[in-house]
Design a protein around this ligand. Structure first.
Ligand code: GLN
Length: 233
């Protein structure tokens, strides 16, 4: 009951009406675009300020955070993106993208976006386990474990009280958070775009729909999803 998943069928038509950007400077943006299409949304590759102004939400993909941080500055996208994020544009970062969203980043030597009150550490799973796959308890995402691929992933070291933890690793990793949301900012340290499971993409599409059509905020569907997120806080 009250899971986010149960509401997605209702949102499917509207999904086509929102423009969801995928930052396409470096990394696995094509995989995110494919997942968005599977989730019923129309993706838009974003490389310019103009394109950025026309989206209802933006995904920052996995890749190399140092490179993406450098290109954000080179393409003059960093400042506008910070301003849009502060004004409530939904932004979701996966892995390298999650790093760029963190307020504090351990071992990144250049400015990023700093929109999510958390501390993250790059490449923190150690060399011998650079990559692994886990099955996460779905929390608010309905029933059935969520497959999660971690590729030289960062670790979330701490989050502010205002951040909702949506998904965690198991006891072998002390239940550390791997999917977190703060207002309209979403971060996952793993790669939902590399699996067939579209639940997190659909959740992000819903966040963008609420932003695009604020009246949707009052309907029962989103109210219930918000209540679920609130309970998890
Ligand atoms: N290790 C990369 C970084 O620090 C992130 C890896 C990824 O996005 N899969 O930027």
């Amino acid at each position: 009951m009250g899971s986010i998943t149960n509401h997605h069928a209702a949102g499917r038509h509207a999904a086509e009406a929102v423009n969801i950007g995928v930052l396409a400077l470096q990394g696995d943006f094509a995989e995110h675009a494919a997942s968005l299409r599977r989730a019923g949304a129309q993706p838009l590759e974003v490389r310019t300020i103009d394109q950025l102004q026309h989206v209802d939400g933006l995904i920052i993909p996995g890749g190399e955070s140092t490179t993406i941080a450098r290109l954000l500055i080179a393409y003059d996208l960093r400042e506008p993106l910070i301003a849009l994020g502060r004004r409530g544009l939904p932004i979701w970062g996966t892995c390298a993208g999650a790093i760029l969203l963190a307020e504090e980043i351990i071992t990144l030597d250049r400015p990023a976006l700093h929109l999510m009150p958390m501390t993250i550490e790059r490449n923190a799973f150690g060399r011998q386990i650079d990559s692994f796959e886990a099955h996460l308890e779905p929390g608010p995402f309905g029933s059935g474990d969520i497959p999660a691929v971690f590729i030289r992933a960062p670790r979330i070291r701490s989050v502010d009280d205002a951040v909702h933890v949506l998904l965690r690793l198991g006891p072998e990793h002390d239940h550390e958070p791997v999917a977190v949301q703060y207002q309209s900012i979403l971060a996952t340290t793993f790669h939902p775009e590399l699996t067939a499971d579209t639940r997190i993409h659909r959740h992000f599409v819903e966040m963008c729909q609420q932003r695009a059509r604020p009246s949707a905020r009052t309907n029962a569907r989103t109210g219930e999803a918000h209540a679920t997120l609130g309970r998890l806080g």
